[in-house]
Design a binder for this molecule. Sequence first.
Ligand code: C5P
Length: 241
Amino acid sequence: MRPMNAKMGNRKDRVIVALDLPGYDHAAKMVELLGGLVTYYKVGLELFIRDGSRTLDMLAAAGKNVFLDLKLHDIPNTVGRSVDSITAAGPVSLTTLHTMGGYEMMNRAREAVDVSGSELKLLGVTILTSIDEDTLREDLQIGHSIPKLVRNLAMVAGRAGLHGVVASALELAMLREYFPDDFIIVTPGIRPAWAAKGDQKRVVTPREAFDRGASYIVIGRPITGADDPPAAMKRLIDELG
Ligand code: C5P
């Protein structure tokens, strides 16, 4: 159940498949279909709001690792207590919070993990890739460049005790200059060369993301939306290098 850093474990077990599906039945069917090919699943808001606890129970029964991607952002007390609830919910290995919530919020989350004795690892979300520099300047009145903000927020996250961050492949090389291999970096926006890009604009292949320093990669639609999901997953595994 323990997440591994970039030097531990094989790449296959560091591929996280996003269960962005409309409900429990779809999710359970997908997990059954993919069988032993996938050991790690991401549960996001869509599925969690609808069928969260049933889904976590199903993944625990199937022996899977879980990345619960809820992107917490609230006052420190509320976030700390939410992390308590996550550690009590069972089989979650990774979860996310917004670094914009600030040092104290992140630090309270880390304290909650430590008090629980759980192996849960906390990941900071820096700047969503849907936010561009125009939005930052005009709506948020923030004048710094995105790379500078990402680096700064990741540093604050590290100081506050988070175990890692979510970062695009474009930010991997820069972040790896500042953070050691055991600082977890989870990278979405992954597309094998043979898959449609969908609405993802800046994408890299699974192998490239690992080569650039990702600890884990997250991939959804190229697997769960494929005509034959197990065949797509097998092909991806063969290409990991
Ligand atoms: O595009 P795909 O279906 O592979 O997306 C997989 C997951 O990665 C989704 O759950 C999405 O929310 C997440 N994600 C992303 N791009 C980001 C951050 C997260 O695609 N910049």
